[in-house]
Design a protein around this ligand. Structure first.
Ligand SMILES: [Zn+2]
Length: 89
């Protein structure tokens, strides 16, 4: 009698809108989108339009990506970063 009980656990995949506080405008409008293919997280503020990409590890979640974003935000706000690429040679 090798009866096996099949247990199906249904996990409802709820999309919880994870919104974080924006360091630029101070509003809770930061959204984190994780691209698992390139291990990149796109952090975007829906209020002031601040957008930044951070490299993450595959195990990282939205919160971790947000922390990295905060780190890089304050680091780059100290040093003048020129991201436009247009520079005189
Ligand atoms: Zn903002």
């Amino acid at each position: 009698m090798g009866r096996r009980r099949k247990k199906i656990i249904k996990l409802p995949k709820k999309r919880v809108p994870t919104v974080f506080l924006c360091p630029s405008c101070g509003k809770e409008a930061i959204k984190v989108e994780i691209d698992r293919k390139s291990n990149t997280a796109t952090v975007k503020c829906g209020s002031c339009g601040l957008t930044r990409e951070v490299k993450i590890k595959s195990i990282y979640g939205e919160v971790d990506a947000y922390c990295m974003f905060i780190d890089s935000y304050y680091v780059s706000s100290e040093a003048p970063a020129d991201e436009s690429g247009e520079r005189e040679g």
